[in-house]
Design a protein around this ligand. Structure first.
Ligand SMILES: Nc1ncnc2c1ncn2[C@@H]1O[C@H](COP(=O)(O)OP(=O)(O)O)[C@@H](O)[C@H]1O
Ligand SMILES: [Mg+2]
Length: 362
């Protein structure tokens, strides 16, 4: 499963247009696609013809209500395309979660424990980098940054790069960046210059497909239809079909080692079935065990076996959910040194965080 955030703190660059029409074009290629509207403006929801009166639960409930999973609120748009809808209620999440220590992991945790029978998850984001966008970036293995042909686009790319660097430093996570140029008319020298500047800033990051400017994309959004249903023979439909094919191709598909790193983040330590693999390097230890919510924090914990080279390992069956844990190394309680996700417990010490995903056979 590829989880892709469509993001740019600049508004009006084509985020929603890309998210909606790429989602639809991928579904047309036979993929199972989930589009999450993560913007309180609800533009992606509206662009798929879904009115707030048509849904009860929305993206906000994913953040706020611990019991709600994706399967409880998704709406089927067409065969192969589901939507998690949003409306203005989503704008309160920032305040609602203000005092929550794990507020930036909400979406990641909810996706990890939901049934996710999807090939691709696209997340449409608001034009700011706040709690909502950080949640999306932490849950994503890739980010797609639409840029438009304006003089502020280069600056927007620089600012977004700084956001990704911050995320890497503070959370140990960096989604793979791709840039897509939208609304560019390459017959103008100006548009070509903007593209050159962006390519100089982020060499090799821009996808080949260009989304040309066309009023039909605007009209399709107004009609509540993706362009491939609104006007299948239009430039817009052709461009998004090309973008979907490029998205699936070798040039774009994420490097395997990068993906593994992200899967570890999404799933916690070693998510391979059937159990959770805890592995740690304590070369001088005589006894290592793991304890946490899943052992009721017993001091005996579950023993790790020495592997002879300083590594210790154990596989534990843990039901889907979110947990905190620690290693006990010769009587010393310590967080998992290889897991960047940590949280401060009520005693002011750090615990490691583990998310065990729902298994759905994929
Ligand atoms: N390639 C394009 N050609 C013409 N209009 C476009 C194109 N892409 C987007 N638009 C229009 O520009 C406006 C802003 O696009 P949108 O996708 O909503 O941007 P964002 O989500 O970044 O704010 C919308 O009215 C949309 O229909
Ligand atoms: Mg938008």
């Amino acid at each position: 499963m590829r989880v892709v955030s469509v993001a740019n703190q600049k508004g009006g660059v084509g985020k929603t247009t890309v998210a909606v029409n790429l989602a639809s074009a991928l579904a047309r290629l036979g993929r199972d696609v989930l589009l999450i509207d993560n913007d309180p403006q609800g533009h992606a929801t509206a662009a798929l013809g879904v009115e707030p009166a048509h849904f009860g639960l929305s993206t906000r409930d994913l953040y706020i209500d611990g019991g709600v999973k994706v399967q409880d609120l998704r709406i089927e748009i067409t065969n192969g395309l589901h939507l998690v809808p949003a409306d203005l209620d989503l704008s309160t999440v920032e305040q609602d979660l203000a005092d929550e220590p794990r507020k930036l992991r909400r979406l990641l945790e909810r996706l990890a424990i939901s049934q996710m029978p999807y090939d691709v998850v696209l997340i449409d984001n608001p034009p700011q980098v706040g709690v909502l966008t950080f949640n999306a970036l932490l849950a994503s293995s890739e980010v797609l940054l639409p840029v438009d042909a304006s003089r502020f686009s280069v600056e927007a790319v620089e600012r977004f790069e700084a956001t990704l660097r911050g995320l890497q430093q503070e959370r140990g996570h960096r989604p793979q960046l791709r840039i897509v140029a939208t609304g560019f008319d390459l017959r103008t020298r100006y548009a070509r210059r903007v593209l050159e500047d962006i390519d100089a800033l982020e060499p090799g990051r821009r996808v080949r497909t260009l989304i040309r400017p066309t009023i039909r994309l605007r009209e399709a959004a107004q009609a509540g239809l993706p362009i491939d249903r609104f006007d299948p023979s239009s430039h817009g439909a052709q461009d998004f079909s090309a973008l979907a094919r490029e998205f699936e191709g070798h040039d774009w598909i994420i490097q395997h080692d990068e993906l593994l790193e992200w899967e570890e983040l999404l799933h916690g330590p070693g998510p391979q079935s059937p159990g959770v693999h805890f592995r740690a390097y304590f070369p001088h230890a005589r006894k290592v065990c793991v304890t946490g919510d899943f052992t009721d924090w017993s001091v005996e914990g579950i023993d790790l076996r020495p592997e002879g080279d300083g590594h210790w390992r154990v596989e534990v069956d843990i039901p889907p959910g979110c947990y905190e844990y620690k290693f006990i190394v010769d009587g010393e309680w310590t967080p998992d040194p290889e897991n960047p996700e940590q949280i401060r417990n009520t005693y002011g010490q750090l615990n490691s965080v583990l998310t065990v995903p729902e298994r759905d056979g994929r």
